[in-house]
Design a protein around this ligand. Structure first.
Ligand SMILES: Cc1cc2nc3c(=O)[nH]c(=O)nc-3n(C[C@H](O)[C@H](O)[C@H](O)COP(=O)(O)OP(=O)(O)OC[C@H]3O[C@@H](n4cnc5c(N)ncnc54)[C@H](O)[C@@H]3O)c2cc1C
Length: 379
């Protein structure tokens, strides 16, 4: 059971999703355009500041609150949900967790208001699941880092309101002979930092994703985020937590598929009856509801452990795995329930179908989640 506060938040995000997002998001999606108006409304509601202290303009909420908001948004649209999820988990959270007081004071207030967005660049053309394979380099030259390299598929990195991108880079050789990887903050507009044109994506078409290149890009030495040489470890910590939010996103998509399928099955007639009266359709939708429910239990269990200060790595990986598979399965079945109309852009399930696949890839593929679970079992 949710507390009254959490339930009220869930309800108000549900209203925002239904009244502000649902009527216009299809148009942004078709045009591959970033929905600034919606992001502005989300900012006004305080969603970008949900898990951060009031001191930075945040809502002083907890991780459960953030995940509830993400689930409700994804129930209607995943581009908007991932803009919030990545904006917080990948963008603002590393600054909050590892930043100095000065860095937090400089960046967090506008991020919490949703007036600006931050991004995190870990993935590179040659290093995704094997993120330790980072080839981007940063060399300290006097009191500046000089960065050279590139990052792939970086969410929220090229919007008009993106203020800063934190990137991982090799900054030397560690004592044990391995790469020393650090995180460095690069403000938008820094000379030598180029945001490449937006990717043409299969799904998440109203979210912002770019390749980034760094060509003798100079930033102050003080832009190091956290401890030198801990960049990769810091990011893995951020990803553990982020998986719970990502699982909430998958759960929302899976539940949205149920919502749309029930509506359609009651309205659509075939052979003189609503298709929802056919047991084959009923069972399909019942299976979809069971998957969404199971995914929700999984992410809420992981979130409860996180909030209680208990180990949650395995549970977060399980939640991410089952929720993304539930989303994928439900998107396929919801499209089937809609027949030919499911293949048309006027119905949300077509969008859900296109948006589901990335959930098995982003923020750690399903194979990576299985590796994490197996490792945690001692294998
Ligand atoms: C729309 C979008 C947004 C993204 N946003 C961001 C972002 O904001 N920041 C960021 O840093 N990254 C981002 N990413 C990158 C994403 O996290 C990576 O794509 C993902 O981690 C997979 O890496 P890869 O694409 O290099 O695939 P690879 O690592 O090359 O994997 C290819 C395949 O091999 C499998 N594989 C790899 N290693 C193993 C193994 N040891 N055992 C079994 N199977 C294995 C994988 O599971 C996968 O099926 C985004 C990606 C997309 C598409």
């Amino acid at each position: 059971m949710l507390s009254e506060e959490h339930e009220a938040l869930r309800q108000s995000v549900r209203e925002l999703a239904g009244e502000v997002v649902a009527p216009i998001i299809g148009d942004f999606y078709e045009r591959h355009a970033f929905p600034y108006e919606i992001v502005h409304q989300m900012g006004k509601m305080g969603l970008f500041g949900l898990p951060f202290p009031e001191r930075y303009g945040g809502m002083d909420g907890d991780y459960l609150a953030l995940c509830l908001a993400i689930e409700e948004l994804a129930r209607v649209d995943s581009s908007v949900a991932v803009t919030l999820e990545a904006g917080i988990s990948l963008g603002a959270m590393p600054i909050y967790r590892f930043g100095t007081d000065e860095q937090k004071d400089r960046w967090l207030p506008a991020l919490c208001r949703g007036e600006s967005l931050a991004a995190f660049g870990l993935t590179e053309p040659g290093a995704g699941s094997d993120a330790g394979g980072t080839a981007t380099r940063a060399v300290l030259d006097g009191d500046e880092w000089v960065i050279n390299g590139s990052k792939s598929f970086i969410t929220n990195s090229g919007t008009d309101i993106t203020s800063v991108v934190t990137v991982t880079a090799v900054t030397g050789v560690a004592a044990d002979g391995t790469k020393e990887i650090s995180s460095i903050m690069v403000p938008s507009g820094t000379p030598g930092f180029t945001v490449q044109p937006a990717y043409s994506k299969v799904g998440w078409c109203a979210s912002d994703t770019h390749e980034l290149t760094f060509d003798d890009c100079r930033v102050p030495a003080a832009n190091l985020l956290g401890t030198r040489g801990r960049g990769y470890a810091q990011f893995l910590q951020i990803l553990d937590e982020g998986r719970i939010a990502f699982a909430a996103l998958g759960t929302g998509l899976a539940q949205g598929c149920v919502d749309e399928s029930v509506k359609y099955a009651l309205a659509r007639h075939a052979f003189g009856r609503p298709i929802g009266s056919f047991q084959a359709i009923q069972f399909k939708i019942a299976d979809m509801e069971a998957r969404a429910h199971t995914a929700r239990l999984a992410w809420r269990d992981a979130a409860a452990r996180l909030l209680a200060g208990e180990p949650f790595k395995r549970q977060a990986a399980i939640a991410k795995l089952v929720a993304s598979e539930a989303a994928m399965d439900n998107a396929r079945d919801a499209t089937q329930v809609h027949g030919g109309y499911g293949f048309m852009n006027e119905f949300p399930v077509g969008r859900f179908y296109r948006d589901a696949k990335i959930l098995e890839i982003g923020e750690g593929t399903s194979e990576v989640q299985r590796m994490l679970i197996a490792r945690d079992l001692g294998l």
